[in-house]
Design a protein around this ligand. Structure first.
Ligand code: PRT
Ligand code: ZN
Length: 288
């Protein structure tokens, strides 16, 4: 157990979430080495150790106080149901836990799985879902390679993670129903020791600032001064755009935050209003 004010963050050692977890910690200002086969890395600039573990072990380590914070897919937390505090969805590692059936198997709705066998590595999540929907299926628990189960006649359907869907297509399977939408989550232990709380809170604020920044682009452009009013309505990202007069009278420079999702539409409309010399920069951190 950690109790000297130093904290430990557990992330996946090698897998789909490793790279983005390391990158997030870097953007949060943690400086540490990431050698191959490392299990543990002390930060050079903060009283923090990073643990590199299998994702399956991370929820229990955090619950038991071996680590104070962890990053895993929400699917892992849903399945384990361990008592931990979910702190922040991280906007990476997106996938869905889906029920899938053989393409020409004649399955049309969830009710068709009544009395059938479903193979999965997520038995608890599936059991809760089926109970809620009043479907009575037999759950076949497999550690991996779930997609092959129908072809091997071990099961009639599967319940597994899907991102692009290409693994399902390769095995002649198609999605019948989505059980859960998943993404990586930052979570912590429920009652961290008093002396660690301030550092955990600081890290959470930093993670939120990185998250928030990803939603925006910083846009700078020149425009005729009389176009300000029509442009202002297009720039609701922040309180108000910054407007600076240019040496050339009648012209202004505008600096504003633009929401990434609507970025292209906004820039096109700004051009229609007379914007020119448009410069776009990513936002690294953003604190309101
Ligand atoms: O070794 P360790 O136990 O740490 O890793 P792991 O093998 O258990 O996990 P890993 O690295 O495969 O996945 C870690 C997390 O990434 C998962 O818990 C999910 O939260 C998330 N994630 C995102 C995925 C996928 N996308 C995904 N596509 N996890 C697994 N898959 C599987 C999918 O089930 C299929 O078999 O990848 C295969 C390809 O998927 P398609 O749909 O792109 O074809
Ligand atoms: Zn795993």
């Amino acid at each position: 157990m950690q109790s000297n004010g130093k904290i430990r963050i557990a992330i996946q050692k090698s897998g789909r979430l490793s790279e983005e977890s390391i990158s997030l910690l870097g953007q949060m200002g943690l400086r540490f080495e990431t050698y191959q086969d490392r299990l543990f890395a002390p930060c050079r600039n903060m009283p923090i150790d990073v643990l590199f573990l299998r994702d399956d072990d991370i929820p229990e380590y955090v619950r038991d106080g071996v680590a104070d914070l962890g990053i895993v897919g929400s699917n892992v937390l849903d399945e384990r149901m361990v008592r931990v505090e979910r702190l922040l969805p991280l906007d990476f590692g997106f996938c869905s836990l889906c029920l899938a059936v053989p393409e020409r198997g004649g399955y049309e709705s969830l009710g068709d799985l009544d009395g059938k066998r479903i193979a999965t590595s997520y038995p608890e999540t599936l059991r809760r879902f089926l109970l809620e929907r009043r479907v009575d299926s037999e759950i076949v628990v497999l550690g991996g390679c779930v997609e092959i189960a129908p072809a091997l006649k071990i099961a009639d359907a599967i319940c597994d993670l899907v991102s692009t869907g290409s693994a399902l297509r390769t095995h002649g399977l198609t999605i019948l129903e989505t059980v859960a939408r998943c993404q990586a989550v930052l979570f912590g232990r429920q009652d961290p020791p008093e002396e660690s709380r301030r550092l955990i809170q600081r890290l959470l604020l930093r993670a939120q600032a990185v998250q928030e920044a990803r939603k925006y682009r910083y846009v700078m452009f020149n425009a005729p001064a009389d176009a300000v009013d029509s442009m202002k309505n297009l720039l609701p990202g922040c309180k108000s755009p910054t407007i600076v007069p240019l040496a050339d009278p009648g012209f202004i420079a505008v600096h504003a935050m633009v929401i990434e999702e609507t970025f292209w539409e906004v820039v096109e409309k700004l051009r229609d209003c007379g914007a020119s010399d448009i410069l776009v920069a990513p936002v690294e951190k953003f604190m309101r």
